[in-house]
Design a protein around this ligand. Structure first.
Ligand SMILES: [Fe+2]
Length: 287
């Protein structure tokens, strides 16, 4: 760490809280490099008490690389289109993306040909309970697999597909419209390895997104689902998971190339929730 930054591990096998980091585009290079090193080492970073400043979040995120524009254009921030708004909040020109149904473990934008490198998620309005984000140590889960399983899945590729995710969402959130043809064409299915290597650390991890993967290349849909379920049963053991309870002002940054995450439900009739996500594009196909 630098003279100004501090770090302490979260209560999990991975993840850390960073202290002393200002979220802004002009963060000193030494601090920014220390932040990146910490992200690659710990996979998930928590920064507390960050002011609600969408422009600063975008500027800081941009230091990490070009930003994705979310596929669901209706939920983008009115003045900062790089921000995807999540929650049940609908005011001030914001209509956040709200899913009533349960989510599944995933890495963000795995359905893209080049999946996202990292995501930054900011708690602007947080319910007092529920609405947690759960993270999964996909590196630790891979490393703990039996040798025979690692050999069995080496070289296999999952076909990730936005349409598959859209249909999954429709089954779990009634009333959603089917994905239109234009978006279907814009995001054709793409095959990514089930075991990917991190481009910076070289660490191998499980790249499993059960609601997004239509099948594993060369396998039937049924056999694919059975294998993914077997691997997810292993990967979702408590020892690989960190559950984040949000406080207003929390910024959590995660590496999409070494972790999976999912959301938990909250009482959306009683409480409001508004989260701002910026998503750093990947620089190469998953390998
Ligand atoms: Fe996500």
């Amino acid at each position: 760490m630098t003279a100004t930054l501090g770090i302490r591990p979260l209560d999990a096998s991975f993840g850390a809280e960073l202290t002393g980091l200002r979220i802004a585009g002009d963060v000193p290079e030494a601090d920014f490099q220390a932040f990146l090193d910490a992200l690659h080492r710990h996979h998930v970073l928590l920064i507390r008490d960050v002011p609600n400043d969408p422009a600063a979040q975008v500027a800081f995120s941009r230091r990490m690389g070009p930003l994705e524009h979310h596929a669901a254009a209706s939920a983008v921030h009115p003045t900062h289109p790089e921000i995807f708004c999540v929650g049940n909040y609908a005011a001030d020109g914001i209509t956040a993306n709200f899913a009533r149904g349960v989510e599944q473990w995933h890495a963000d934008s795995s359905f893209r040909e080049v999946p996202s490198a990292a995501s930054l998620f900011y708690g602007a309005i947080c319910p007092p309970e529920g609405g947690e984000t759960w993270f999964l140590d996909a590196v630790g889960a891979y490393e703990a697999l039996p040798e025979a399983t690692r050999a069995r899945i080496a070289g296999l590729k999952g076909v990730h597909c936005l349409y598959t995710l859209s249909e999954w969402n429709r089954r779990h959130t009634p009333g959603r419209a089917p994905m239109d043809e234009a978006r279907r064409r814009a995001f054709p299915p793409v095959a990514h390895p089930l075991v990917r290597s991190h481009p910076v650390s070289g660490l191998k991890s499980l790249f499993l997104c059960p609601a997004v993967i239509s099948h594993i290349e060369g396998m039937s849909v049924e056999d694919s689902a059975a294998l993914i379920e077997e691997l997810m049963e292993h990967a979702t053991q408590e020892r690989f998971i960190y559950r984040h309870s949000w406080r207003v002002g929390d910024l959590v940054v995660w590496d999409n190339r070494s972790t999976l995450h999912t959301a938990s439900l909250f009482d959306h009739e009683k409480h409001q929730r508004l989260m701002f996500r910026t998503t750093v594009a990947g620089s190469a196909r998953a390998a």
